[in-house]
Design a protein. Structure first.
Length: 208
């Protein structure tokens, strides 16, 4: 499967804390932001570099800087909002779009309701962010929307994934790499990831 599990010890430690039912909204938000920043470090590992000559206080030298690859961060509303600040803290020049998709509780199918993307989406490396990749329907819908707007280079970053969601994204969009901190066991009858971490949106915002 086209999925990369980021197993850095700090990420795995914080993921264990964020799964805990006793972790409240404040701690949950802080941990999610921290994990998102650590994951962004890994997802940008292969950005191209170019040489540039600079002058230090001692001498001139040849250094490497980013080769100007433009980045775009697109959270899936609403839970994806909890990861934005962590990512843009590491990549402050990134433009931020928003996609609104919710899962119908009866059919478990995605319903699209909002899409606002950078106008130059075709020129950017787009990272879709959402804490959960469950059925995969919302992620596939988000990728569809971005591709319809001209997006060509897309990655998907999530905290926890289910095998069913990974499989669906791989089938529909084999060109999209998935980055996650864990692939859990399965989905339950209500479409929740097991063991997962519950409803990420409710835990971020303290709602039910």
């Amino acid at each position: 499967m086209q999925v990369r599990i980021i197993d850095h010890p700090l990420i795995q430690h914080k993921l264990s804390l964020i799964r805990d039912v006793k972790t409240g909204p404040k701690e949950f938000r802080e941990l999610l932001e921290e994990i998102a920043m650590l994951m962004a470090y890994e997802i940008t590992r292969n950005l191209p570099l170019e040489d540039m000559e600079i002058e230090t206080p001692v001498a001139k030298c040849c250094c490497q800087v980013l080769a100007g690859k433009k980045m775009g961060v697109v959270p899936i509303l609403r839970a994806g909002l909890g990861m934005v600040s962590g990512v843009v803290r590491l990549i402050p020049a990134a433009k931020v779009g928003h996609i609104g998709v919710y899962r119908d509780p009866e059919t478990l199918k995605p319903v699209e309701y909002y899409c606002k993307l950078p106008t130059d989406v075709a020129e950017r490396e787009i990272v879709i962010i959402d804490p959960m990749l469950a059925t995969g329907g919302s992620s596939v819908a988000a990728i569809d929307m971005i591709k319809r707007k001209g997006g060509r280079s897309i990655k998907l970053m999530c905290l926890v994934a289910a095998p069913e969601g990974v499989l669906l994204v791989n089938e529909r969009h084999p060109d999209v790499e998935i980055y996650t901190a864990a692939v859990d066991e399965r989905l339950n009858d209500h479409g929740y990831i097991v063991p997962g971490l519950g409803d990420a949106g409710d835990r971020i915002f303290g709602t039910k």
